[in-house]
Design a protein around this ligand. Structure first.
Ligand SMILES: Cc1ncc(COP(=O)(O)O)c(C=O)c1O
Length: 377
């Protein structure tokens, strides 16, 4: 049996029990709200994780690259939403997937891209399924639900024989919240504006079967989802310190961590050097602007207990610097001798996971299984 003790460091650990609890919690919430759940699999890009999500009741997946779509389609998942605006140059790749039997849905939020999709689809004799992205909070991309562009895009696609599959929005501004009332307001705004867009399309005689919303915070904060048919969420599967600061998980829910080894000290500075630098943790400093800044991650024992008084305060490529917090006067070299193994909880699970080619999945009995992850485009 392989256990943590046999692993080389740095290594990305997945606590399978915590992950299963996170999956069960989200799926139960979706069932209560009466919507389908389409997890965003960009967080893990890992088949065993996604299989666990499907086994719990997920229907279809969301991906952030066509490469992910291809990998998960090859593994038997057919219903796939590619939730990044369709670049015209990638249309042949999308068409190839559809022709292999993938029920791929692509998205657009502009007249220009809609025209490119429509003319490509017509030239290929293929009614591509397209969803329109709605801007529900000014956070990133999408068409305003009340503007003329929405109907223009709908008419271009429908008129050219493309399948208008629905509307989708992602309220990324939820990541800036830290109290339940603000989260509920963002969730309700995401729902209301996306449903409004769907109703406008339908009133104009255009089809709009799917109404898709979601981010982890809004999915967990929504009190009702009238008019919505499905929710997407991704990072909930592992959770992370950013989500902890947003207020949607506890530290004990975080399923991803980086196993690291103490490799040196600067005793007078109160530093221990570990072999998890930003190559292992990622450069993501997502908690910097939040209510609690966790530096490059929360320091825990090898078995996962948080250690107060120390922070992974800075990171070079392969060196992490564990700083003693003000007011702590331990002898750091004695506290963390060379060879001590620690776990660091990440700021942003999607970014930290992406630094590793494989997850080391830790089962309830401590046995480790290697779970490869996909990457690239
Ligand atoms: C389009 C889209 N949908 C859903 C999600 C999932 O959000 P979260 O990771 O907060 O669950 C994302 C995340 O970036 C996204 O871009």
């Amino acid at each position: 049996m392989t256990t943590i003790a046999a692993l080389d460091t740095p290594a990305a650990l997945v606590d399978v029990g915590r992950m299963q609890d996170n999956i069960a919690r989200m799926q139960a919430r979706m069932n209560e709200l009466g919507v389908r759940f389409r997890p965003h699999v960009k967080t893990s890009k890992c088949l065993p994780v996604v299989q666990a999500q499907m086994a719990a009741g997920a229907q279809g997946i969301t991906v952030s690259t066509l490469k992910e779509a291809g990998q998960f389609f090859d593994a038997g998942i057919r219903d796939i939403l590619y939730a990044v605006s369709m670049a015209p140059a990638r249309l042949p790749q999308a068409l190839a997937l559809r022709r292999r039997g993938c029920e791929l849905k692509i998205i657009t939020d502009s007249v220009g891209a809609a025209e490119a999709i429509a003319s490509f689809g017509q030239a290929q004799g293929e009614g591509l399924e397209v969803w329109i992205e709605i801007d529900a909070d000014g956070h990133r991309s999408g068409i305003p639900p009340e503007g003329e562009a929405l109907l223009a895009v709908g008419r271009i696609l429908h008129g050219a024989g493309m399948r208008l599959g629905g509307v989708m929005a992602h309220a990324g501004s939820s990541y800036d919240c830290s109290d339940p009332e603000a989260l509920q307001r963002v969730a309700e705004q995401e729902r209301r504006l996306t449903v409004q867009a769907a109703e406008r399309l339908r009133a104009a005689g255009l089809p709009c079967p799917a109404v898709s919303v979601g981010s982890t915070p809004t999915a967990l904060a929504a009190t009702h989802l009238e008019g919505v048919t499905e929710v997407r969420a991704g990072v909930y599967v592992f959770f992370d310190l950013v989500m902890h600061n947003v207020g949607v998980c506890k530290v004990e829910d975080i399923a991803l961590s980086v196993l690291t080894t103490v490799i040196g000290h600067q005793e007078e500075k109160g530093w221990a050097i570990v072999d998890a630098g930003w190559m292992a943790m990622s450069r993501d400093r997502g908690t910097q602007k939040q209510q609690r800044d966790f530096g490059y991650g929360l320091v825990c024992t090898e078995s996962g207990e948080p250690i107060a008084g120390y922070v992974l305060g800075s990171a070079n490529q392969e060196h992490g610097i564990l700083h003693r917090a003000d007011g702590v006067d331990d002898d750091i070299a004695r506290r963390f001798p060379i060879g001590t193994r620690l776990r660091i909880l990440p700021n942003h699970a999607c970014a930290t996971g992406a630094q590793h080619p494989v997850y080391q999945a830790v089962g309830a009995d401590g046995e480790i299984e290697a779970w490869p992850r996909f990457y690239g485009w």
